[in-house]
Ligand binder design. Structure first.
Ligand code: PLP
Ligand code: COI
Length: 362
């Protein structure tokens, strides 16, 4: 069984030159700049995890009958490593990502990955590619652990061979042009996930299912799509890649409950904890799209925001719902949203105390 301590290391013999790397890190955007290495391990029925190594990042050799290419047995995670002002490298709540990865694996009938293997792979990779942290207030190394069914077999059943990989990507902000507040489009007809489905798992299939609605929202000038519940088509669930929060005039905040159709976001959980630390009333309740519009119009709703590892905390300024649209607050970032963002980011970047022990120093 591979654990965090036995990653073999095969250095990239043709790494990106320091000059090219500096150019790539100037404006990395999101998800386009990749580092020199990747971590990898394999699982075979009867043998378990083996062949753990950090190796040059490059194309994979995959049998065209690999089950993932046919039945989408694939899961992934997203977390960030930060370089602090004192030069330390830290991960934010990697144990929470490891736990969610196991939940996703269980839902997709895949093997378990221990904390040791999950965090050990990340640590080994970040150490190998420590020169890839972009500067700038949003700069981070985005880690993408993922696992897929590699067995060549066309029968429909859980595969007997898997590959676990971790990529590292140098990133800045998620949204192009770093908008102060985003516009989101409501998906009235297309659902992301339904009861009993895979909505709470972080599997590629959920994202495939979200793409048409997202493309439609973008065609209508929006930055993201918001999905409603698949039964009544009324209750706000989440965005294509982020959870949502609502801030009211009485100071309370609300976020949709974890009913199995949305991703249990680690940013969502962290923000609820930070808000409660400060005495804010946090409710996990369903919130109807029509109510959202009515509350925005009456002023009862003051702010809304999206949150996630990639998006951090981003205000929602406008909602487009078919032919109608509504503005939240003055359409810009609200004070509660900004304060929560600053509090979270200060912890993530080691600029303030870490009362919940969320940072793991490498
Ligand atoms: N919801 C979806 C669909 C996501 O893809 C993400 C991003 O990972 C989130 C919510 C937020 O999760 P987290 O805060 O753990 O990044
Ligand atoms: C993340 O925030 O880690 C995600 O997976 C969401 C995606 C928009 C990149």
């Amino acid at each position: 069984m591979a654990d965090g301590s036995d990653f073999e290391f095969a250095a990239n013999s043709a790494p990106v030159s320091a000059e090219d790397r500096a150019a790539m890190l100037t404006e990395p955007g999101f998800g386009r700049v990749f580092t020199d290495h990747m971590a990898s391990a394999e699982w075979t029925e009867g043998r378990g995890w083996h062949s753990a190594r950090v190796m040059p990042r490059g194309p994979l050799s995959l049998d065209p009958a690999a089950a993932v290419l046919h039945y989408a047995q694939e899961i992934f995670e997203g977390l960030k490593a930060y370089r602090t002002e004192t030069g330390d490298t830290v991960l934010f709540r990697p144990d929470a990502n490891a736990a969610r990865f196991r939940k996703s694996a269980e839902r997709l009938a895949m093997p378990m990955v221990s904390d040791d293997l999950f965090i050990g792979a990340i640590e080994a990779l970040v150490k190998a590619d420590r020169d890839w942290f972009p500067a700038g207030p949003e700069g981070a190394l985005y880690l993408r652990p993922f696992m897929f069914a590699s067995e060549a077999f066309l029968g429909v059943r859980p595969a007997k061979e898997y590959r676990f990989l971790v990529l590292a990507s140098s990133v800045a902000g998620y949204f192009k042009g770093a908008p102060k507040a985003i516009t989101i489009g409501v998906s009235r007809n297309l659902n992301r996930a339904g009861p009993g489905g895979t909505g709470a798992a972080k599997c590629g299939g959920n994202y495939a299912a979200s793409l048409v609605a997202q493309a439609e929202a973008i065609e209508h000038g929006c930055d993201q799509v918001v999905f409603l519940d698949a039964v009544e088509h009324r209750f706000v669930e989440e965005l294509g890649g982020m959870n949502t929060f609502f801030v009211f005039d009485d100071g309370s905040i609300l976020t949709p409950p974890l009913d199995g159709t949305i991703l249990p976001g680690i940013t969502r959980d962290s923000l609820m904890t930070l808000a409660r630390d400060e005495g804010v009333v946090v409710r996990e309740e369903r919130y109807a799209i029509d109510q959202w519009q009515a509350d925005a119009a009456s002023g009862r709703l003051r702010e809304s925001f999206a949150c996630g590892t990639a998006a951090v905390v981003t205000s929602i300024g406008k909602v487009v719902d078919g032919d109608t649209s509504f503005i939240i607050g003055d359409g810009g970032p609200g004070p509660v949203t900004q304060a929560l963002r600053e509090r979270l980011v200060a912890i993530q970047r080691g600029q303030s105390n870490d009362p919940h022990g969320w940072l793991k120093r490498l």
